[in-house]
Design a protein around this ligand. Structure first.
Ligand code: EPU
Length: 355
């Protein structure tokens, strides 16, 4: 029986130091806090490292508007931010329940996502390995329901703890409460802007099957010597490194658009015209590959000096250097217009645009 233990056995992941203090800055550059590499300033930037510190901040009230950021890997700043940017540096993690086949791991919202994945893989816990090498932090995994290679974080999330922005009171969301869907959760819908996530608890397995059906993962894992947690992680890291730009080298927010879902009738019409078009059946229709649609519109050849799409993955809009948020939006609008004109398909932005 899986039972939770309130005497948390704290384990610190490698490289994380715990420093208790609120850090507050005014007129603060967000350049180091958005992987797009856009220069924007926050009127106020506050970092907290415990739930108590956050509760004090929220009870006293912070200057509005409020923006909570994680690793800044899914954000596009169009202007300076006139209010308060809050960032979690809650870094502890603990096994809160453990039986012969399951582990509940409660993780601070400020923990780097890939450090968490590496830690779980090193401990032999199954679940997060396909989500290796995704930039960002733990809190955002619940907001965004990050997904890759056939797995979404929401499938592994057991519980989300947060404090209410309104009064700092504690709130707890079960997996069902979170209403996870493709790159979507209650924290991007009804609860948008109402909570600051402090901890996410993941339910992981001590053994289990591997999910190798997406793309060429199986082939890569076999080339590495067969399915183990470490080999799946390595394969995913290698595939991502080949397709997606490293934020330290090229500014981007990963996938800029979501993959569009169209009706079966529309998908058939497109398949008749473009037999090579990738299509995937999903419960609510047929999912198309935005990257493929964008590439077909010729954007990989676009010579725009500051903004473009990544040469190995057209779904990723890149900052070639010195781009402003407004230039990125203007470019993205042109991309959407071209896809609509050619295929009659609407692309929606995945990135969170901060006006
Ligand atoms: N494709 C092209 N040209 C391109 C890009 C893709 O033809 O420039 C084709 C590929 O050949 C393939 C299909 O489109 O047939 C799908 O491509 P891929 O496997 O690279 O995945 P994706 O659908 O483009 C999604 C996620 C990624 C995630 C991968 C793997 C979204 C919006 N994006 O991309 O997530 O890593 O699947 O699971 O769902 C992110 O969210 O930031 C992100 C990188």
């Amino acid at each position: 029986m899986l039972q939770e233990n309130s005497n948390f056995a704290i384990r610190w992941p490698k490289g994380h130091r715990h420093t208790e203090m609120i850090k507050e800055h005014t007129s603060y550059s967000l350049l180091g806090h958005n992987t797009f590499g856009i220069e924007a300033k926050a009127a106020k930037f506050i970092e907290f490292s415990t739930e108590d510190e956050l509760a004090t901040l929220l009870k006293n009230g912070v200057d509005a508007p409020l923006l909570v950021i994680g690793g800044g890997s899914n954000l596009l700043f169009v202007n300076d931010f006139a209010g308060t940017v809050l960032h979690s540096a809650i870094m502890d993690m603990a096994v809160v329940a453990d039986d012969s086949d399951t582990v509940l791991l409660r993780v601070g919202s400020g923990v780097n996502w890939d450090s968490l994945v590496e830690y779980t893989v090193n401990n032999g816990w199954h679940g997060l390995e396909n989500l290796s090498a995704i930039p960002g932090e733990v809190g955002a995994s619940a907001v965004q329901n990050v997904g890759a290679y056939g797995v979404e974080a929401g499938e592994l999330i057991h519980r989300v703890e947060a404090l209410a922005v309104a009064d700092g009171s504690k709130r707890t969301f079960t997996q069902g409460d979170c209403r996870f869907a493709y790159r979507m959760s209650i924290f991007k819908a009804e609860e948008k802007g109402k909570n600051v996530i402090t901890y996410v608890t993941y339910k992981l397995k001590k053994s289990g099957d591997y999910k190798l059906t997406y793309g060429n993962i199986k082939e890569r894992v076999e080339a590495l010597g067969g399915a183990t947690l470490a080999n799946v992680r390595r394969a995913v890291c290698e595939i991502r490194a080949a397709k997606l730009p490293a934020p330290e080298n090229i500014g981007s927010a990963g996938s800029f658009f979501m993959n569009p879902v169209v009706s079966a009738a529309k998908a058939d019409e497109l398949a008749a015209l473009y037999p090579q078009m990738p299509q995937y059946n999903v419960p609510d229709g047929v999912k198309l590959s935005a990257g493929w649609l964008i590439e077909q519109c010729g954007w990989k050849q676009n010579p725009h000096p500051t903004v473009g799409v990544y040469e190995h993955q057209a779904l990723v809009v890149i900052n070639r250097g010195g781009a402003t948020g407004a230039q990125v939006i203007a470019f993205a609008t042109e991309v959407c217009n071209s896809v609509r004109a050619r295929f009659g398909v609407e692309l929606k932005m995945e990135v969170n645009v901060i006006e």
